[in-house]
Ligand binder design. Sequence first.
Ligand SMILES: [Zn+2]
Length: 147
Amino acid sequence: MEFKNFSLFINQSKVARFTKDLAEGKIMSTVCKKCGRQYYPPQADCFSCMESEMEWKEVPREGRLLTFTRIHVPPEHFAVRQPLMPFSSVQFEPCPIGLIEVEKGLKIMGWIPKVDIKKIKVGMKMKASPFTLPDGKLTIILEPLNP
Ligand SMILES: [Zn+2]
């Protein structure tokens, strides 16, 4: 499986393992073997020390919501391949998307399906999970955890 199976058009063969692990339920990062800097989304090369010796490490899945918004113009994959926004039953109904911080400086972005946007608050605890869309592509969703 290559990166083309992620829900956005990304062709990064050096980090293609990301989607394979995502399909198995794991959200992976890369860690520089030299300086220890952790990258999510995974990077094949460390831009701190310019090393390419990286190792894979699963990221924590729970964190606090830093920010969120609604997507009114969907990414190309969603716009071209399917008429509906993901997680929306009404055409052009925007779906919230958010960013959680799971560790200091480590942030995961994901769709926030099935949650009324009025109930989404910055700082709320959320969990990130891989999710397979109806067409087989993978994405990441965020779900609120009990307060
Ligand atoms: Zn490094």
